[in-house]
Structures are given as structure tokens and as C-alpha cells.
Unconditional design. Sequence first.
Length: 418
Amino acid sequence: MRVANSQGPLSSAKFRWFFAARSASLFGGNAAPIALAFAVLEASHHNSDLGLVLAARSLALVLLVLFGGVLSDRYPRDKVVLVGHLGAAITQGIAAAILVTGNFDLVAILATEALNGALTALTGPGVYGMIGQVAPEGQVKQANALLGSTRQVATILGPSLGGLLVVTAGGGWALAVDAGCYLVAAFCLARLHLPQVDSERRPGVFAELREGYEEFRKHTWIWAVVVGFAVLVFVQAGAWGVIGPVIAERSFGAQGWGVVLGAEAAGFLVGSLLLYRLQVVRLMRLGQLCLVATPLPLIPMALGAGLGWLLAASFVAGVAFSVFGVAWDTSMQEHVPAEKLSRVASFDALGSWIAMPLGQVVALPLADLVGFSRYLWVGAALWCAMAAWPLLLPAVRHLEHGARDAETVGPETATAAR
């Protein structure tokens, strides 16, 4: 390891506008989930409705994310993301109005969350692909670490604000804040004018999808990690996204759950700051090793331990998840051609999210059937195993930070990279 160059990505005006847009959308986006979860639990009086609402958004993500990748490789990414943010402001504004006025309707909330998920699916790959376009040359890892740090500051403040608003004013106001943040982000994105990444030849949508899949498939280290994530996210979506708020409602409440999410986010922040300054040659290997520690918070949940133990475990898991996240994003942006990056990212998202709706829907029925503690123990074991198995592959262990991998380039270029 060595300390990185002191020059930072904020020296670029393009990156500063992108950074401001991401900061705004992340702040509101992190206040919304806790508000929505507890607003649904309070208004519907059926815990299973929370799983349905979360699954509606996740299902839309899964169904449309591949087309989001094509959209963001076909058109200027800043315009695609701008339109998506304006749409998200509208959908969250409608959901906020439903909850603030006390006219809770499960079908209407399902519809707004599905629309919100669809917009995220269609624009998320574009956000991912923009980082390499706005970061100064040679500063991609630092840009990812800085964005990761900001994401975690937002994740610390957002859930705390969301929990406070649930307790004092009601969850609808947190969704209204989210809608306003999307509008601020859209204003910042309007100041960017990025070129279309791709060139002259434009095949059909399905041909572009096939081209993106071939690029995804040729990188063993990418698809191996994504296969593990399909199971990992199934567990995480149910155990953390559904069971967590239910346990909190029965014990330390919405504000306490916001503090737990804040502790995890503080760990994210620490991990991002560490990687901002350090250069690691085997970045993916380090990230994957850290991922093995991320199911740690399920242990105090399974044991029924006090809030303090859960806070400590969440902080450690946050550090570990942050290191993996920066390693993954940086490796993707370094080893995948820029003109195909959004499509490869969309296949990554599809593989990672495909089991998320099922995990959210079946979590409570399974936990009721086998017991919350047993469900969490088995989930932690599966999560850990799926994080560890890619380390068996040389393509994951030996991938070098800053070098093109031999699966992507010809023998001469690969030799030169070494």
C-alpha cells in the first residue's frame, strides 16, 4: 500500500456539479426508506404490506434495469439522469401527499414506489457511467471514495432525519424532503453538458443488450461476484430491509433504527476515507475479503442483544461494505470500456437485484415459520458464504488496480499493462 496523490477530483468543475447533484439526491433518498417503512407499518397495520411495497419498487428495478443500461450508453448520460430525477421528484411528491393527508391507500403507494423503482432502473446505470466522464484523469478511485464518503454522510443524516420526522410529523414529510432533494439534484445536473459516449454506429436495442452481455460475460471476476450477490441480496433485503424495521418497531423504535443505519453509514464513511488516501494493488481481493464481514449485524439481531451491540456491529459492517464498494466501482470503471460501462453495470444490477423482491416478500412468512433468530442465523451464514466464494477464483484474487485485465485486452496490451 502507498499514499495516493494529494490532488483531488473536486478540482474539476464538472465533477463538482455531479458531486452536488449526487449529494442532494442521496440525502433525500436516505431519509425516504425509513420514513416509508414505518409509515406503511403504522398506516396499514399489516407487517406483510411493507414487504409488498418494497418488492414493488425492487421488481420494477429488476424488470427495467437492462434497458436503463442501453439508454445510458445510447444517449448523453447527464440528460437521461436529469429526466429521471425530475420524474422521481414527482413520484415521491405524490407518495408524500398521500401520507401527509392521511389518505393511505396501499395500491396507490405500490404504484408510486413501482414508478420510482422504474425511474431508478432507467437512470441508475447512467449515474454509474458518468463517474468516469466527470472525474479528472487518474482520479477515478479517489472520485469513488469521495462519492462513497458523501453517500455515507447522507446515510448518517438521512435516516436520523427520517426517523425524527416519523416520530414528530409523520413519514410523509420525509418523502416530501426527498422530492425536494431530487429537484435540487436536477438543477445541478442541468449545469453539466456531457458528450454521448458511444460513436456513430447504433445497432438495435436488443443487439446492444447482447453486446453488453458479452462484455459482462467475458470478465470472470465480474460475473462471479454478481452470482454471489444474487443470494447475498436475497438475504440482505429480507433480514435487513424487512425484519430489521419489524424488530425495531417491537423494541427501540423508528428513531433507534435510524441511529443503527447511521452507525452503519459512519462505518461507510470511515472506509471511504481510508481508501481515498491509500493505493492497494489487489483492490478487488481486499474488497471481497471485507465483504465477508458485512453480515455481522445479523448476529446481535439473532441473539436479541442490546442496541449498543447492534450499533457496533453495524459500524464494522459499514467499514467493510464501503471498502468493497469502492473496490468494485473502481475496478469496473478501470476494466470495462467506457462505451459499454452502463450496459455492463445494468447486468451487474440485474444479477444482484433479481432475488431482492422475493427476499422482501418471503422474509416475514419464513421468519414466522422458523423463528426470527433461526432465520437470521441461516441468513448470516448464506450471506457470508456468498461473499467468500469468489475468492476461490484467481480472476478475483489477482485483478490489479489500475491495469487492464487479460480477459479484456490482447496479449500485447496485457503484457504492456504489467
